[in-house]
Structure formats: C-alpha cells, structure tokens
Design a protein around this ligand. Structure first.
Ligand code: NZQ
Ligand code: ZN
Length: 383
C-alpha cells in the first residue's frame, strides 16, 4: 500500500426530511449570505427549493438564487454565478441537485475568490481557496457531495475538464434518499452506472497488497449489483434508495481509493462523449467501460479475474466484464456509440480532443498509458 493523507471533513446529514436542517447547517459553518444554485427545474417542481428557502429564512440567512445548471454544466453559468457572488457579497454557496449543480457551485466558489479566469483551475492551476459550499443532494451518482472534484465544460471548444482540491470539499451534504424517488428510471440507472464506475476506476490499480480497499470496493459493487435492480423495479423503495445513496457517497469520498494508484481512463474517454453528444455521463460510461476493460485486460488479467470471482461470481476475466455489461443493459443503459447519438465518423474528433485538446500532449495515463492509437481503437470497440 502507498503512503497517503486522507482528509474528508464533510459533515453528512442523512435521512428523511433532513433538508429542513439546511439553515442550521449553513449557520454552523459560518455562512450568512447564500447563493442557492440548482438545475433545470426538478428541485423547483418538487417543492424542494421552497423548503430549503424556508429553512434559510427561519435561520435568518440572506439568500439569492441562480437556477439553470444543465447536465454537463457549462462555463457560461459559472461566470454568471461568480458575478452574482461578488455583487451580493455571498459567503456560502448551497448547491441543490446532482453532480452538475454541485460542480457548478464548486467552480463558482473557487472563481469568486480569484482575480483571473476560473478556467485556469480546469487547465492545471491548483485551487488553494474557495467560498464554502454545502449541498442538498437529489440524485445518487457523481459523488460530488463528498468529493473535492468538479467537472465543467468550457463552451468555447466544448472541452470537458475536471479539477480537484481539498478546498472544494463541501462543508456539509444533506442526503435524503426520499428526494431521489422523483428521478426518471433512466437517470436512476445513469447514477447506478456512475457509482459503479467510480468503484472500478479505483479497483484497477497497479499498487500491490491493497486488500482492505479491494474488499471495501467489492462490498460497494455487490451492494450496487443487488440494490440497483430494486429501485429500477420500484422507484419508491426507500431502503434500496438509501443504500444506493450512501454507497454513491462512499464510492467517491476516496475512502476506498487511498493508498493505491487508480485508473480513470474510462472517465477521461467518456468525458469526450458527453462533451460532444451532451449525453448523460452515466450513459456514456456504460458504453465506455466494457470497451476500456477489454482493452486493458492484457495489462493485469488477475485484477479482472479477482473482481469477476468476488463480485460477479464467475471464473474468468472475460466473463466478469460480460456480466457487468449485461447488468448495465438490464437496468436500461445503452451499449454502443450509436445509442448515445454518435457514429464511427466522430472518432477522429473524439481522439483529437481527448489526446490533444486544451493543452494535452498525446497520452492519457491511468491503469494503462494510452496513446492516440489506443484511444482510437477503444472508441472503435464502442461502435
Ligand atoms: O436539472 P434538473 O431539472 O434538476 O434535472 C436533473 C438532470 O436532468 C435530473 N434530476 C436530478 N435530481 C432529480 C432529477 N430529476 C428528478 N428528480 C430528482 N430528484 O437528473 C438529471 C441529471 O442531473 P445531474 O446533476 O447532471 O446528474 P449527476 O449527478 O449524474 O451529475 C453529472 C455530472 O457530474 C460530473 C459528470 O461529468 C456530469 O457533468 N461528475 C462529477 C464528479 C465529481 N464532481 O466528483 C465525478 C463524476 O465522475 C462525474 O464526472
Ligand atoms: Zn463519474
């Protein structure tokens, strides 16, 4: 196991009606002037935004709001949010929604305290300070409620890039599984896929003797395998929703990824798909992962055999990948580029953006280092 420092200061408040605590929690973490940031309207329609505002009012906290975050959040709204924060002396951003609203909030939080262009942070500049962020989560998926990461798409060039910093870890996250019962089945399935992807990305490691984190990841993968189909069948199954929500957070706080190298090739390859086709991140991953895993198989077959045996109950690495692929299809995920709205003709552009876009120099490095030719072959395997 490698040396590591693990710092995960987020206060998680989990369970029914916990959004009522929003005002108290903002106050506890020193916020007095809040920007509520949310998506395309689901949180307004469900009455959640009104409940959150009521909670802030009861705690005497000033608030303004900025809705309209799109899935695969864009740079344009981040600039707007930074401007609003400065004009209104905002000291706390409350994200209400999924990974997109949370990531956009984190970008605003970092940008509001920076004189330059916030995009610098998504092109490699380290983030050392940011406004405080809290979250009210409405979809179990990205894990942004417990991570220091944020992924934004720059509208100029449509580059989808991520950044990470301890300064971006939310101060608190409110996790009420009831809020996820209004999700369309497709979005629920995209979330399940993304959570499993976060686990696989950590499982595919070149570090030896990491039994404790291997076993944690396996436990979470088995939980997702068992609980996922339950919520697809019955969206109101609170206990299954609850198990999935906490698994989603655990998958991405990095508690099960410490002390080991990680992969993230599937995520990098997928981000070009959601940048070009504006598809859901989870749907893109469902198409990407089987192809990447088959391509990376030769690198360390034993890794894939271990997860095949311990999670999927089959003997060979190939059968394990196939079992995962079938599982994803069974919950309603796409299995090829065409189903995402893409085609074979797009591959040169996908490869160019992936390997050379926004300052990259030709390779991506994870479990295996992939060059232009490797990436081209992987995209071809998705057709
Ligand atoms: O915008 P609204 O109207 O809220 O609708 C959203 C959106 O259409 C809807 N939705 C969310 N909660 C709902 C709901 N609909 C009904 N009822 C509810 N309770 O679901 C759709 C997807 O929402 P989004 O926030 O985009 O989903 P997700 O959490 O999957 O976030 C995806 C983004 O996170 C990034 C992805 O790349 C993508 O941009 N990621 C962020 C990470 C991080 N910060 O650590 C890690 C991930 O790997 C990922 O890359
Ligand atoms: Zn993801």
């Amino acid at each position: 196991m490698d040396n590591f420092t693990f710092f995960s200061p987020t206060k998680f408040v989990f369970g029914k009606e916990t959004e009522k605590e929003a005002g108290n929690l903002v106050k506890e973490f020193g916020g007095s002037r809040v920007l509520i940031h949310y998506g395309g309207g689901s949180a307004v329609r469900s009455g959640l935004i009104d409940r959150v505002k009521y909670s802030l009012d009861r705690s005497g906290i000033f608030h303004i709001e900025l809705g309209g975050v799109k899935p695969n959040p864009r740079s344009g709204l981040v600039y707007e949010g930074i401007r609003l924060c400065r004009e209104n002396d905002i000291d706390f951003i409350l994200a209400v929604g999924g990974g997109s609203a949370i990531d956009s909030s984190k970008a605003i939080a970092a940008g509001a305290l920076y004189d330059g262009d916030f995009w610098d942070f998504y092109s490699g500049k380290p983030i050392t300070r940011a406004l405080s962020v809290g979250t009210v989560l409405t979809i179990a998926a990205a894990g942004s409620e417990g991570s220091g990461d944020s992924v934004i798409t720059k509208e100029e060039g449509m580059y989808k890039r991520g950044t990470g910093s301890e300064a971006l870890r939310p101060k608190f996250s409110i996790l009420n599984p009831e809020l996820t019962t209004t999700l369309p089945a497709f979005q629920t399935a995209c979330g399940i896929t993304d959570i499993m992807a976060h686990l696989y990305e950590r499982y595919l490691t070149n570090t030896r003797d990491v039994e404790v984190t291997d076993r944690l990841i396996e436990a979470l993968l088995i939980t997702m395998k068992n609980e996922g189909p339950k919520v697809i069948k019955d969206p109101s199954d609170y206990q299954a929703r609850a198990n999935i929500m906490w698994a989603g957070t655990m998958a991405h706080t990095n508690s099960c990824g410490v002390g080991r190298s990680q992969d993230w090739n599937s995520h990098n390859i997928e981000h070009e798909l959601s940048a070009l086709y504006d598809c859901a991140h989870g749907a893109g991953l469902a198409v990407t992962m089987p192809a990447v895993f088959k391509y990376e198989l030769h690198h360390d077959k034993e890794r894939f055999e271990q997860v095949a045996r311990r999670v999927w109950g089959v003997d060979s690495a190939e059968e394990g990948i196939e079992a995962f692929r079938s599982f994803l299809i069974s919950i309603g995920m796409p299995s090829n580029l065409e189903e995402l709205g893409g085609s074979v003709e797009d591959i040169p552009e996908l490869v160019k953006n992936l390997c050379y876009g926004d300052g990259r120099t030709g390779t991506i490095t994870g479990f295996v280092t992939l060059d232009e030719e490797d990436c081209k072959r992987i995209y071809q395997m998705m057709v």
